[in-house]
Design a protein around this ligand. Structure first.
Ligand code: ADP
Length: 501
């Protein structure tokens, strides 16, 4: 049954009436409909009910947004660091003031349980803006001692470097954790002095539109942030290929990452890619199982496994295999599934029917390949978007379920006997985004955090985010890092100045 929208927070009801009625494109501070008047439906993934109509941006709308971003660049670049910082801090404050309403909107749109948005993701977005408010005032060049022999009469050589904003940034974001991943792009780009065209995912555009309204209220000048909504293959592709864009900051699937690279090559856009993963959780024989059982279960079932850093490969030492797997299966079976807006819900639906069918296909093929289903496996719900937390054992290294990213609540469990064997197995992947190691041994912790090839290794925890910590991957998990001061490099160029003065 459709969720009764009149039960939403009043600000969300007003927002939906404003922006989800076909006037949802933002360019140069003006909200408007798409030029050809086209719209597409946005739906509640739990029920399939339509919650609004979003503007479908054509290439003409994309062009208008890019022109707006380019027009605002000189002014934003010239805004002093302290004034950029003040605005970023004000954005953090206004998100925090609206945290309950934003969490509600995210649940309605994405399906995630309320607590995920309220206690993890929206605070994560606030922290991004606070952290990069600081970084705006920490942009440094260098002075260098010159070795140049050439000295015109009466002059000396002086050399130095400065940092300049990359320019106009296309931020293309996915549907799994929309607001916090948007903040991870917007906050450093703004701190660096870039202007932006934001393209949220077609399945989850609502909080991006609301965020844009709030950012404007917080004092962000017109044109600095522009928003276009629409499908990836048209609106997204048109933005990625636009010659007026200097840089693409993308988070999403590895396949789309390749399409972005192709689009970027026309004018050598700078590109950062935060892509897929198949992250291992390794539980040693000396692990604290009280910690490890809920830890590895949450690593895969949090947000329905729709997390790039989800711990989707579990390696259990043979000495604790039975206890660990029994504990994880019990945890999986105990999770309460429901509508994201039901406060009792621990796991919501997947974001769309398409995604649920995709995940179901992986589970069926894994069983056909010989995997044993220990929990979950079935698809349910009135829209067919719920997949029960799923645990598959008896899998082997070459199976699709061990190699490919599922992006759903599906765990593949393997047994190991020694540390060298498990490090080799963990590294035997096209991906290298993240990993977690569960052990009470200091030497295991050091050895494995050093030898596992991944952008992040957690020890006795998983998916801990901190705005000061860089996140991103090696191998096919992408290029560059989001978050942390390293993210500033994504949005800054070096300029060298060499002067005879
Ligand atoms: P999924 O395939 O799971 O939907 P994607 O990686 O395709 O995930 O989506 C991430 C973001 O990339 C979304 O905003 C989507 O609209 C956008 N996108 C998809 N295809 C393209 C493309 N060819 N060019 C640019 N953006 C795209």
């Amino acid at each position: 049954m459709a969720f009764d929208l009149t039960r939403l927070h009043p600000t969300n009801q007003q927002f939906l009436a404003r922006r989800a009625a076909g006037e949802g494109l933002l360019a140069d501070g003006q909200w408007k409909a798409s030029r050809d008047g086209k719209t597409f439906d946005t739906v509640d993934p739990a029920t399939g009910a339509v919650t609004g109509k979003l503007s479908l941006a054509s290439s003409a709308d994309v062009d208008e947004a890019v022109v707006a971003a380019r027009g605002a660049l000189a002014g934003w670049k010239a805004t002093t660091p302290v004034n950029r910082s003040k605005i970023l801090w004000a954005i953090a404050d206004i998100i925090e003031e609206n945290i309950d309403a934003l969490a509600e909107l995210e649940s309605l749109d994405q399906g995630k349980p309320l607590f995920v948005g309220r206690w993890a993701e929206i605070p994560g977005a606030v922290n991004q803006f606070r952290f990069f408010a600081g970084q705006a005032m920490n942009i440094e060049g260098q002075t260098l001692e010159s070795s140049i022999d050439y000295q015109p009469a009466g002059k000396q050589m002086r050399t130095w470097t400065t940092r300049e904003p990359v320019g106009v940034v296309a931020a293309i974001v996915p549907w799994n954790s929309p607001l916090v991943l948007t903040a991870m792009k917007l906050a450093p780009a703004l701190a660096a002095g870039c202007t932006i065209i934001l393209k949220p995912a077609e399945d989850t555009s609502l909080t991006a539109l609301r965020l844009a309204e709030l950012m404007s209220e917080a004092g962000l000048p017109d044109g600095v942030l522009n928003v276009i909504t629409g499908f990836g293959a048209e609106t997204g592709a048109s933005l990625a290929a636009h010659p007026g864009v200097d840089k693409i900051a993308f988070t999403g699937s590895t396949a789309t990452g390749r399409a972005i690279l192709d689009a970027a090559k026309t004018n050598f856009k700078r590109v950062t890619l935060e892509l897929g993963g198949k992250s291992p959780c390794i539980v040693m024989d000396d692990a604290d199982l009280e910690l490890a059982i809920p830890g590895v279960a949450n690593a895969i079932f949090f947000n329905g496994g729709q997390v790039c850093i989800a711990g989707s490969r579990l390696y259990a030492h043979s000495a604790i295999y039975d206890r660990l797997v029994a504990g994880v299966v019990e945890y999986a079976k105990g999770l309460k599934m429901g509508h994201g807006l039901d406060p009792e819900t621990q796991m919501g639906p997947l974001v769309s029917v398409r995604q649920a069918e995709r995940v179901e296909g992986f589970i069926q093929r894994a069983q056909a390949d010989g995997a044993t289903l220990l929990a979950g496996g079935e698809r349910s719900g009135e829209a067919g978007t719920f997949i029960a937390p799923t645990v598959l054992a008896d899998v082997s290294p070459n199976m699709e379920i061990v190699c490919e990213e599922v992006f759903g609540p599906v765990l593949a469990v393997q047994k190991f006997d020694d540390v060298d064997e498990v490090i080799a197995a963990a590294n035997d992947s096209d991906f290298g985004l993240a990993a977690s190691v569960w052990t009470e041994s200091l030497s295991n912790a050091h050895r494995m955090s050093s030898d596992i090839r991944a952008g992040t290794v957690w020890i006795n925890c998983h998916a801990m985010y901190d705005p000061s910590l860089a996140i991103g991957g090696i191998k096919q998990s992408g290029w560059g890092r989001d978050s942390g001061k390293q993210a500033m490099d994504n949005y800054l160029e070096w300029k060298t100045v060499c002067a005879a003065v």
